[in-house]
Design a protein. Sequence first.
Length: 322
Amino acid sequence: MRSGRMPVSGRQARRQGEDMWENASLRLLVTVAETGSFTRAAARLDYTQSAVSRRIAALEKRAGGPLFVRLPRGVRLTPAGRVLHRHAVDVLDRLARAERDLTVLHTGDGGPLHTGAFATASIALLPAALRALKDARPEIEVVAAESPTGTLMRQLADGTLDLAVVSDYPYGLPSAEGITTTVLCEDELLVALPRRHPLAGAEAVDLYELRDETWIQSAYGDRPTMLADACARAGFTPRSVMRIGGWAGKFGYAVAGLGVALVPSLAAPAVPGELVLRPLTDPALRRTVHVAMPDTPLAAALVLREFLHTAVAEREPSRSPG
């Protein structure tokens, strides 16, 4: 079975051999200094004494002079040897730390993990999954960001993000080369009503019953919306639209009785107690939420994806906060 590694050219192989020789030489230098003897260093590293002597001689040639004073019983570092020894210890320590960091990165037990989500997925879904990830893998260093889906997909494609929670609303799920998406859940759109609203106690609301309401929508642009399409299907055009930027503002206006708003079920935990959420009879008022990752994902991203699915399974639909 093929390993999947790219073929190595002769020049690359020689360079890799030189790098290995350098690391082995530095390790040998440190071991000889620690043991004070070519013989004891050879025993520790499972070399022959003659091999140790040859390698140290080659290293001394490259260093431009003796690195060890040969004594009747053992060796000790020369001034040049002490300088090289200090650097060798530092280099080997850095290599060991790099190896440990790569190991935990590949196993998903640690290292950085850059995540992103669209606004309503950042209210409770992604935080719940990240909390579970932190409890299970505390050494993973999570960086979280919030952006629209299109921006998240671009950040995945350019390597800025390792995982993102994205949706197909309003224009469908954008594609990006080298990115794989999997369905996470369906996100139903509900209507937020003040508790004193005549329809607040209804089991489900027909959109036509809200034909005279002012609708609180996003302040950004006049692009076609799922609401406009749904209203057209119901046989009316919204009488009035109030455009407010953030969710907190939308909720505030709805609480004041100035309008009603469509709210994704993912945003239900943020809805204030003065409002109730009610389902709508139009089955098309929903969007699909996806997890997006590079085709070759980090192990930690795969772990987080599982926690996202768990968070979805444990999420209780909340249509009547309080």
